[in-house]
Design a protein around this ligand. Structure first.
Ligand code: FES
Ligand code: FES
Length: 173
């Protein structure tokens, strides 16, 4: 058995430390060590995007990164977006615009969408489809997802105007 190493990481604003095998993937660390099972595993080829989380403000497929590489980072998973009664605009939009069916891909799609909106607050339909190319949805046909992301862009713009809060998540160390 490989010697374990200590990893300290902040996830959804809370500090965690744990001893892990150096080969442990970030997605397994989140799901198995921290019990944050909202981040899904949909493939073993790094293609589906179901495992997408924010690492220091960038959307990352957490099956392509080792837990030890996240040491010292700020990670945001779907559990850190919002809660009942106080949804993040992306959650509100996916709900209002029916941007999901079975919901398996949804955590990854929402995080990837936030990554896009942080870079490009007013994306065109083509830009949304381009940005979400790396996340596979087997149910929706994508049209309602695109509508949801467009709506989220509007909600986030309103929120920024009203509160000055651009809803950046998981940035910085
Ligand atoms: S689990 Fe499919 S890309 Fe990570
Ligand atoms: S909603 Fe079922 S995989 Fe996307």
């Amino acid at each position: 058995m490989a010697k374990k190493v200590e990893v300290s990481v902040t996830v959804n604003g809370k500090a965690y430390s744990a001893e892990v095998e150096p080969r442990m993937l970030l997605v397994h660390f989140l799901r198995e060590t921290l019990n944050l099972t909202g981040t899904h595993i949909g493939c073993d080829t790094s293609q589906c995007g179901a495992c997408t989380v924010m690492v220091n403000g960038e959307a990352v497929k957490s099956c392509t990164m080792l837990a030890v590489q996240a040491a010292g980072c700020q990670v945001t998973t779907v559990e850190g977006l919002g809660e009942v009664g106080n949804l993040h605009p992306i959650q509100q939009s996916f709900w209002e615009k029916h941007g999901l069916q079975c919901g398996f891909c949804t955590p990854g799609v929402m995080i990837a969408s936030i990554g896009l909106l942080q870079q490009n607050p007013n994306p065109s339909e083509e830009e949304i489809r381009d940005a979400l190319e790396g996340v596979i949805c087997r149910c929706t046909g994508y049209q309602f997802i695109v509508e949801a992301v467009k709506h989220a862009a509007q909600l986030m713009a309103v929120d920024e105007t009203e509160t000055g809060n651009a809803l950046q998540i998981g940035e910085g160390r």
